[in-house]
Design a protein around this ligand. Structure first.
Ligand code: SAM
Length: 267
């Protein structure tokens, strides 16, 4: 699903790290507290997969799709989009999410109606239809994921591989505000009894970077910035340990190997 902060473009790099940690440590439950567009959880293999998010419309959307709801039955005109945006309480959660994510520019939550547009090359594109088709393609890979509407700080876990992809500090906001120091405090606590791997550009000093890669992100219609995507784990968390390659990838120059470090993280 097209989503703000989606990990679809870097999934082929970070998936082997996450899947490797699951397999080597015999993890039975994989958890994403910030599941969003489900663009990583749909590729992870684990006995149990749980996706949480505090956007209850989004969770209702995934649950409805899992039970066979067809978004193609909603005639998403600009008028309907505007009504849904203004009177969310009158519509089912999945219909609100359909408008909020699929009928909007760059999947930004009610960020402006994006229906059919003529591109610079003269091609006619229907962004809404494309977004719906993308979501429907994703559903088989999410069939057995348990989706729940919860804030990360209401979740208590043990013995799991937890992949955190929160709103990044200083980037586009989702619904509500996000307290980053409270989040890192929660990660510290969760790292005592789980393997916790976090995506962010930067982390507090007691976390180590286990992977990094430069990528270009789109801020809005006009501006693009370069940023370094990173994965972090809490230094010295857990007991035994799994080995992780620390790598830096420069898109134009290929992969630059920077050595190997024992992350010392286990359940
Ligand atoms: C960067 S996105 C996740 C993107 C996802 N990994 C993907 O590839 O599609 C961050 C998500 O965190 C959710 N979120 C924000 N605050 C939250 C909270 N307190 N608890 C749980 N989820 C939250 C947002 O709704 C959003 O879906």
């Amino acid at each position: 699903m097209k989503y703000v902060g989606s990990k679809a473009r870097i999934s082929r790099h970070i998936l082997p790290i996450i899947q490797g940690a699951i397999d080597r440590n015999g993890i039975e439950t994989y958890v994403e507290p910030f599941v969003g567009g489900g663009n990583l959880i749909d590729k992870v293999h684990c006995q149990n997969r749980i996706g949480y998010d505090n956007n209850e419309y989004l969770i209702g959307f995934w649950q409805a799709l899992q039970t066979g709801w067809n978004p193609g039955t909603v005639p998403m005109s600009k008028e309907l989009y505007t009504q849904i945006k203004d009177y969310k309480e009158l519509f089912r959660p999945e219909v609100v999410a359909l408008a909020g994510f699929c009928a909007t520019y760059n999947a930004k939550w009610f960020g402006g109606y994006a229906g059919t547009v003529k591109t610079k090359t003269g091609e006619i594109r229907n962004y809404y239809d494309e977004a719906v088709r993308n979501v429907l393609k994703q559903i088989p890979a999410l069939a057995d994921v348990v989706f729940q509407a919860k804030s990360y700080d209401e979740i208590n876990l043990s013995g799991c591989l937890v992949y955190c992809d929160p709103p990044y500090e200083g980037t586009t906001k989702y619904i509500g505000s996000f307290n980053h120091s409270r989040y890192w405090e929660w990660v510290r606590k969760m790292s005592e009894n789980n393997i916790v791997i976090c995506s962010e550009y930067a982390a507090p000093d007691d976390f180590i970077c286990i992977w990094e890669m430069e990528r270009t992100t789109t801020l809005d219609k006009a501006s693009r910035i370069k940023a370094i995507e990173r994965l972090f784990v809490r230094r010295g968390s857990g007991g035994g340990g799994f080995a992780i390659y620390i790598i830096r990838i420069r898109p134009r120059y290929g992969l630059e190997y920077r050595g190997r470090r024992k992350a010392n993280v286990t359940c």
